[in-house]
Design a protein around this ligand. Structure first.
Ligand SMILES: Cc1cc2nc3c(=O)[nH]c(=O)nc-3n(C[C@H](O)[C@H](O)[C@H](O)COP(=O)(O)OP(=O)(O)OC[C@H]3O[C@@H](n4cnc5c(N)ncnc54)[C@H](O)[C@@H]3O)c2cc1C
Length: 398
């Protein structure tokens, strides 16, 4: 039996590995299904990585290399896919050598996210070649040295859509437009200014994609704005957004899932419903930036160390935390009363102004007025000392 196994060698998993090894754990094993460790950053060659954890502004591949280097004291096995979880810390692994089951006292799920493919997005029109998710596009450009198209449209305007735009411009690809169904872009505001003025790409808000057209490959997209239809000539479509946690393992296994986040439910010590399993990074909820995922990996590693020393409170003591009103989700989904200050993280379902409220047993513990935007992380402080005798916590945007 190992002390710790980490599933996924992205920013969350590698940062956790680094912290566990630095604390003196000798048998930390990281399992990564890809042939190289580093996670999603490996394919996004534009700058914007490493600011929060390394205080540097690196390209994605450089950031990935530095994460691997920093975790060198742990054992990293690439080409190893985890295919099943078993109660109490069992991990079934598939590699070129065959299938084996490993066991650890503490297992961290850090499997990241996956993008929703075209088939799941119900895009209408013909089925021409040239519709790619951002991840697939970046992998083709960065790892394959390909230019799958020259004048695509980008569907979506959240952070990842701008990552697609930067990758395209670096590769000499000139997107003809970014399309956004909402009235404003999803990413923070300077994004559309950068796209329009620095990169020369029009950002078209309140514009709905109706169909992708083309015989063989993409020739145009049909869009609608204010009831008027228009055909935009292009030779590809880059899909962005619509991420879901890569939580198939947790879902197929025995761990409790949260329908709001789409990931495994955790307590304030990053523990899943089976306390041998912990989770951190994007597997917990759709995409945050890499600094947030890495910070969660570090925090989960600290909790795993305390668990291995028998210093965590029993998981049975935790109370449920529920998202209500205009909130899409909140995590951790359970908190242990009398456990100090805990930071809850939430997202609003839609833009709007309102009161963010934390209550237990009908008593308001904390509240503030906010202007919520769905792309912004909401942070709430919870004093768990106030929870003695309570049956649960409600976090509400009203
Ligand atoms: C297109 C795109 C652009 C982005 N641009 C930026 C940016 O510019 N700056 C920024 O800070 N953030 C950016 N982000 C966000 C950033 O990529 C993520 O926050 C970060 O990678 C999350 O780290 P993670 O470790 O949780 O997951 P990941 O990086 O996704 O790593 C998870 C790892 O787990 C592995 N894995 C999954 N399942 C298994 C399994 N069953 N067995 C073994 N291994 C498994 C995966 O192969 C992967 O390597 C971007 C995200 C996307 C999608």
């Amino acid at each position: 039996m190992r002390q710790a196994i980490i599933i996924g060698a992205g920013p969350a998993g590698l940062t956790a590995a680094r912290h566990l090894a630095a604390a003196g754990l000798r048998d930390v094993l990281v399992l990564e299904r890809n042939p190289e460790a580093g996670g999603l950053p490996r394919f996004a060659a534009h700058p914007g990585w490493g600011m929060l954890d390394f205080h540097r502004l690196w390209s994605g591949p450089r950031y990935a290399r530095e994460l691997v280097r920093a975790a060198a004291a742990a054992e990293i096995r690439t080409g190893h896919s985890v295919t099943a979880l078993a109660p109490g810390g069992g991990v079934e692994v598939n590699s070129a050598a065959g299938t084996e089951t490993l066991h650890a006292r503490a297992v961290l799920l850090a499997a990241g996210i996956r993008e929703m493919p075209r088939s799941a997005r119900l895009l209408s029109g013909t089925r021409p070649w040239g519709v790619l998710s951002t991840g697939a596009f970046q992998e083709m450009v960065h790892a394959g040295g390909m230019r799958p198209f020259l004048r695509p449209v980008i569907l979506g305007t959240e952070l990842v859509a701008f990552s697609a735009l930067l990758t395209a411009r670096q590769a000499g690809i000139r997107p003809v437009a970014m399309l956004e169904a909402g009235r404003r872009i999803t990413a923070r505001r300077p994004g559309d200014w950068v796209a329009r003025h620095l990169l020369g790409v029009p950002v078209r808000t309140a514009t709905r994609l109706l169909a992708v057209e083309g015989q063989g490959r993409v020739e145009a997209v049909l869009v609608e704005r204010d009831g008027r239809r228009e055909r935009i000539a292009c030779d590809g479509v880059i899909l962005s957004g619509r991420f879901v946690p890569e939580a198939a393992l947790a879902r197929a296994g025995h761990l409790t899932m949260d329908p709001g986040t789409g990931g495994p439910a955790i307590d304030n010590h990053w523990r899943c419903s089976d306390p041998a399993f912990f989770a951190a990074g994007n597997v917990l909820r759709p995409v945050e930036h890499s600094g947030a995922a890495a910070a969660e990996g570090a925090a989960a590693a600290r909790a795993m160390l305390r668990a291995l020393e028998g210093r965590l409170p029993p998981p049975s003591a935790a109370l449920p935390v529920v998202a209500a009103g205009g909130l899409r989700y909140v995590y951790p989904q359970r908190v242990v009363p009398g456990d100090g200050m805990v930071r809850l993280l939430a997202r609003a379902a839609a833009a709007g102004r309102g009161w963010l409220r934390l209550s237990a047993g009908g008593v308001v513990l904390w509240q503030r007025a906010i202007h919520a935007l769905p792309e912004r992380r909401i942070t709430l402080p919870l004093d768990t000392g106030l929870l003695r005798g309570a049956a649960g916590v409600t976090v509400e945007l009203a």
